[in-house]
Design a binder for this molecule. Structure first.
Ligand SMILES: [Zn+2]
Ligand SMILES: [Zn+2]
Ligand SMILES: [Zn+2]
Length: 89
């Protein structure tokens, strides 16, 4: 698999895993989610773009934190929003 140029994925040396399997923002508003992602800059776990509220990408845009990891059991990949780049680990 060829990887697009991304200066962010290279800086990830250890993966942040979710503290608990829930989207913090959805829990606050009583919403549900499809899949979970963990921000690799601040460690917050939020919901994916298939979820109604898309909290992870909203967080990435609002905070400027570029890289998330899948928080789904068995999935081992990172994604960079600004570069639209995937990496497996
Ligand atoms: Zn990047
Ligand atoms: Zn959410
Ligand atoms: Zn963050």
């Amino acid at each position: 698999m060829t990887m697009p140029a991304c200066p962010h994925l290279d800086t990830i040396t250890s993966i942040k895993h979710p503290q608990r399997p829930a989207c913090y923002a959805c829990v606050e508003i009583g919403a549900s989610w499809v899949h979970l992602r963990t921000c690799q800059q601040c460690g917050i776990t939020l919901c994916c773009d298939s979820s109604p509220n898309q909290h992870a990408s909203k967080h990435a845009r609002a905070s400027g934190h570029p890289v998330i990891a899948s928080a789904q059991p068995g999935e081992r990949w990172l994604y960079c929003y600004p570069d639209d780049a995937f990496a497996e680990y």
